[in-house]
Ligand binder design. Sequence first.
Ligand code: MTE
Length: 297
Amino acid sequence: MKPIPHSMITSEHNFRNRRHFIASGIAAAITLPLAGSLLASADASEPLKPTPLETINSYNNYYEFGFEKSDPSEAAKTLITSPWTVEITGAGADKKGAYDLADIYGEYAIESHVHRFRCVEAWSMVIPWNGIPLHKLITAAQPNSRAKYVRFITANDKTQMPNANWSGGPYTEGLTIEEAMNPLALLATGIYDKPLEQQTGAPIRLVLPWKYGFKSAKSIVRIELVEQMPKTTWWQQNPREYGFYANVNPDHDHPRWSQGSERVIGEYGRQRTQLYNGYANEVAHLYGALSDRRYFY
Ligand code: MTE
């Protein structure tokens, strides 16, 4: 990870990209009033309506392939995703190793999980994922007492990714070991029973449905069990706006926009955002006070 002075916070291009989003967010807010009666309430117990595959595959954040939402899907398919090796290592792993993804597929059952997906930019989808629960791979690495956090490092190959040299690469994310062992944390390999596309993070990415989408690192090449809280990409890019935990909470606004509601991609209108994105029963016990901003940005 390139060290970035705090004064720089984010490159001009990234800044413009985030600005672009804010502008479209404001436009949406103007055309779609947020008055309570017009805001659909998303109930955690309601059946989920999955977003169409074409929508999931064409509205993406994957800066290694460009800054606009359409860039990743329109980019040439240059990332070689097979063969693919995932290394599991770090002082906290007694059983370190580099594993061919084909062997991982042979070892673990691929499960299906339909989850809400909430981006920090206040838009959302519902995605039918296929993948392997993260805790299974972590358990296989035989974590020891030094495994306090898990660090994820993703592909950053300038010959295969047109924008790999953006200031945040290699994209790095992290979880506490307790978060990583939660059954909701998934290493996704597919959507709608089809392999992930390059733009959605092929061949393997994180899915953490109770957290903002930037935590879900794409195209993972290394998983490290470590003692210290990892410095993650967006935290380093802009520590005032993006933290380590990034749990969804409608009552803790982003410094530049509300997190109280979300634009549902592919649908008309907005809906209320739910605490932990609707997964409070499964994850609230992992955290401290709801008033503690540290957990919610
Ligand atoms: N992973 C990498 N390697 N590079 C990225 O730019 N963007 C993150 C996350 N994972 C990103 C990434 C952000 S900001 C979001 S919201 C999600 O991927 C978007 O996932 P999606 O495009 O599948 O909706």
